[in-house]
Design a protein around this ligand. Structure first.
Ligand code: SAM
Ligand code: SF4
Length: 318
């Protein structure tokens, strides 16, 4: 049975060590300890997005330093994907600053990109905004295994962050994707000024999807100049680890990823997050448009911790 919101609230109140001991036990029961899923990502279309997500430098509503870029050429994408593969990445996310996945010729180009990236042996995840049922079908047929569609925050806090779309429609589309053949990656961003209750509600709602998402990326806000959240203070790292622990307890089989903003965490905090049940990271030059830690530093950290890359990543179709 899925976890209740009350149970999540009780767990959150536990002393830190008790909470992470519980989540570590859940993690151990359901996963191969010390194996980490390595994910890569690329922004294939950058900027000019009509949505007004307050954290996002790609929104047309804010003046930021992000350079706009039309849909990248398939060969350029393939080269970057191949490089990621040589680093051990097996799950590759193609992100695009679109409100909806486009139709017509552009969609045909997207399908070709998906097919080519899948053909080099990477599991393809698409993160391209809202998507129709027919498009989920076509993406799946082209070789996409997962669709990323984040809820970002609680329904109560949502309108403080995004006004161009309501939370309810986001949740409905998520449920439609859940019914498609695609796996789901659904997470949020922590540290946008939301309360602890908002964070718990986010984890609760994500965990209510049936079946639960295959992957939950937990981003930390990267406060970017020019966005309304540029001066937002960084979240207390212990609070981040607590949310990782709750996500692990609420979704025992899900892959919990430390996603955007990981470069702002110390190795020690990341080690605590791994202990608490985080079992995926995004590596490479960037995670879409936000920075990632230096690749060698990441490999050193994993080595020090005795962790290695999962060979058969994410247990989803090749
Ligand atoms: N436009 C699509 C959408 O929003 O679904 C996909 C691309 S969007 C860049 C993918 C995700 O990146 C967002 O859902 C958000 O969670 C994350 N993101 C964007 N800017 C961020 C920031 N400044 N800090 C942390 N996460 C961020
Ligand atoms: Fe657009 Fe996605 Fe950025 Fe929101 S997060 S502004 S939808 S690219």
């Amino acid at each position: 049975m899925n976890i209740s919101l009350t149970k999540l609230e009780q767990l959150y109140q536990l002393p830190f060590n008790e909470l992470i001991k519980k989540s570590h036990d859940v993690y151990r029961r359901h996963h191969t300890i010390n194996n980490i899923h390595l994910c890569g990502s690329l922004s294939i279309k950058t900027g000019n997005c009509p949505e007004d997500c307050a954290y996002c430098p790609q929104s047309v509503h804010y003046q930021t330093d992000v350079s706009k870029q039309a849909l990248l050429d398939c060969n350029d994408i393939l080269n970057i994907a191949l490089r990621a593969k040589t680093h051990g990445v097996t799950h590759f996310c193609l992100g695009a600053a679109w409100r909806h996945v486009p139709k017509g010729n552009t969609f045909q180009k997207v399908l070709e990109i998906v097919e080519q990236v899948n053909r080099i042996g990477l599991q393809v995840c698409c993160s391209m905004g809202s998507v129709s049922e027919e498009q989920t079908e076509a993406l799946f047929e082209a070789g996409c295994s997962t669709y990323n569609y984040n809820l970002d925050t609680s329904p109560e806090f949502y309108s403080n962050i995004i006004t161009t779309r309501p939370f309810e429609s986001r949740y409905q589309i998520l449920q439609m994707i859940r019914k498609s053949k695609l796996k789901i990656s659904c997470g949020g961003i922590l540290g946008m000024g939301e309360s602890i209750a908002d964070r718990l509600k986010l984890i609760y709602l994500i965990s209510q999807l049936s079946p639960q998402p295959e992957m939950v990326p937990l981003n930390l806000l990267v406060a970017i100049k020019g966005t309304p959240l540029e001066h937002e203070p960084f979240i207390d790292p212990f609070e981040y680890v607590r949310i990782i622990a709750l996500a692990r307890i609420a979704m025992p089989q899900t892959i919990i990823a430390m996603a955007a903003g990981r470069h702002q965490l110390s190795f020690e905090t990341q080690a605590l997050a791994f202990f608490s049940g985080a079992n995926a990271i995004y590596i490479g030059e960037r995670i879409l448009i936000t920075p990632t830690p230096d690749l060698n530093a990441d490999f050193n950290m994993l080595k020090k911790l005795g962790m290695k890359a999962h060979e058969n990543n994410l247990d989803i179709r090749q």
